[in-house]
Design a binder for this molecule. Sequence first.
Ligand SMILES: [Mg+2]
Length: 276
Amino acid sequence: MLSAGTERVVVTDLDGSLLDESYCWTEAGPALTRLRDVGVPLVLNSSKTFAEMRILAEELDLRSPLVAENGGVLAVPIGEGVMEPDQSQLQSDGYRILVNGLSREAIVTCAHELRAKENYRFAGFADWSCEEIAERTGLSEPMAQCARSRFATEPIVWEDTERRRAAFESALSEHQIRILSGGRFLHLMGPDDKADGMAAALEHLRVRRPDLDRVVIAVGDSANDLGMLEAADIAVVIPHPEGPRIQPDAPRVVYAEFPSSKGWNAALLTILSECT
Ligand SMILES: [Mg+2]
């Protein structure tokens, strides 16, 4: 049983975790309703952009912070926070936007300077129109606009040799920029990851209610989620239909029985039933 001074918080990855292969959360409906009924904050933590995540947060009627772009962005609903105004100059669609680590502008400037100097062959979102991004990603143009609206990361397509890619990566690392491979794009990003993003969101919740202790339940399905899962009190691992299962080292690890939203639903309902 949880004591009266303890709040549970769920922090979740989206693709392959809360969302199924059709980007749908319907099968997680019962657990989402239960979370809302018992007042457990749900923090979405994804490589998606704030613009993409805000639409989902609205659908789910969430008023919790959002962590976007792999931990690079913390977005806090205006009116819900104690965030000092000088911490964030950016505001968008009812949220304050705080960039952790490096801004996309700094990352793009550095990458483009290296490209001009060394003649590296690559192109990225900053080079493309919305139409071109839609073509390359298969997204509709409005969704391509959401994917293009970024604060902390830059997806590129590498069109040069592997040897020169390694040299580019090494030059970027001198500026604290790292490269994460993800499907068809390489993502240029600052040093922060999803664990840092989760820490920023939890700090926001702590400042809002410093009187409460927190039990953090993190949910994820891939290597990119490991740091976040290992920083939680309860790590929920969602299985892939294929491929190896991640094995986080957390105080308690729960392996969901089913993939994506179906597994998310069952695991969360079980955990919530234990102490309510
Ligand atoms: Mg995932």
